[in-house]
Design a protein around this ligand. Structure first.
Ligand code: UDP
Length: 312
């Protein structure tokens, strides 16, 4: 008997890659997405696959799924800072009400549950790099608070269902991830810089560009999530690539790899933009035998190749 997995946000960047992986592992996949920031284009290659079902559904509302479900992956959420600004209330609702609904579905089906959480639970971190034991430094009322607090609530709700209802739950804290199927205009630094470089426009570095990020290629991330799903861990696990760089270094790298004549200009730093971010992945290494394999240059060449096929 094939296992049945529900993926919320399955038409999004990460959700669609997860659907591909679960199908490749021989699962049936039911993808729920309201297409607020997801796109049918990310799953159109799965049309006609008899193991794949798409349901256009807002997971903040009551969920009905017929038949048995073995695993629920809750990936639905806007995930880019400009999306939180445009959709602050849906972001709060999907993290809070959507997590409650999907946990309720998992409970009624006796399914395992995996929450896509985020490095944003650490906020603008005062501990560096960030281990899972760090409680974070989050501004609840800033523009990013709608995402950070929704995900923190989602983690609390997930642990409550684990402790109180005995559900087998997992939490992955996802650090900056990039790769094919990111939206060109989602405002995040990877698609923004690549599309600016490809069009010969100036690259917009926010602030002085000394803030750091650590970028993980999507195939590495999905491998880590799959291993976590198969594990017996219930506490949160960081999955990300610990190789850290400044945004300025990243801009120069994009210019080099695209062979662009673009220059770098500066724009104001957004409110509460974290100054540093790097995952401590000791737990993932030890408990899952996982670490990233794809280097930045290799991953960016793949991603640039993808954007060349979609950029107008
Ligand atoms: N950033 C930038 N220029 C842009 C977009 C983003 O300098 O056009 C910076 C942003 O201020 C942040 C980093 O790049 O310091 C990563 O931003 P992103 O929106 O990708 O995600 P975040 O890691 O902040 O959630």
């Amino acid at each position: 008997m094939k296992k049945t997995c529900v993926v919320t946000g399955g038409a999004g960047f990460l959700g669609s890659h997860l659907c591909d992986r679960l199908l490749a592992e021989g699962c049936r996949v039911i993808c729920l997405d309201n297409l607020l920031t997801g796109s049918i284009r990310n799953i159109e290659h799965l049309a006609g696959n008899e193991d794949f079902t798409f349901i256009k559904q807002n997971v903040t509302e009551y969920l009905y799924i017929e038949g048995e479900v073995d695993f629920i992956f809750h990936f639905a959420s806007p995930a880019s800072p400009i999306d939180y600004l445009e959709f602050p209330i849906p972001t709060l609702k999907v993290g809070a009400l959507g997590t409650h609904k999907t946990l309720g579905l998992a409970k009624s089906k006796g399914a395992k549950f995996l929450l896509a959480s985020t490095s944003e639970v650490y906020g603008d971190p005062l501990v560096h790099p960030q281990p899972e034991s760090y409680w974070g430094n989050v501004n609840p009322i800033g523009p990013r608070g709608v995402y950070d607090e929704a995900k923190r609530f989602a983690e609390a709700m997930t642990m409550a269902y684990h402790r109180f209802h005995g559900l087998d739950t997992k939490i992955v804290r996802i650090f900056n991830t990039y790769g094919p199927r990111m939206r060109i205009r989602d405002g995040r630094v990877v698609p923004t810089f690549i599309s600016q470089a490809m069009k010969g426009e100036d690259l917009t570095v926010f602030g002085d560009g000394s803030q750091t990020r650590s970028f993980c290629y999507v195939s590495d991330l999905i491998e880590g999530i799959y291993r976590l799903a198969m594990s017996d861990l219930n506490d949160p696990v960081n999955i990300g690539n610990p190789s850290e760089m400044t945004v300025m270094q990243f801009a120069r790298e994009i210019i080099r790899l695209t062979g662009s004549a673009s220059r770098i200009i500066h724009r104001p730093l957004p409110v509460d933009d974290p100054k540093v971010r790097q995952p401590d992945i000791a737990l993932a290494r030890r408990a899952l035998g996982w670490e990233p394999r794809v280097g930045l240059e290799e991953g960016l060449r793949e991603t640039i190749g993808h954007f060349r096929t979609v950029i107008e």
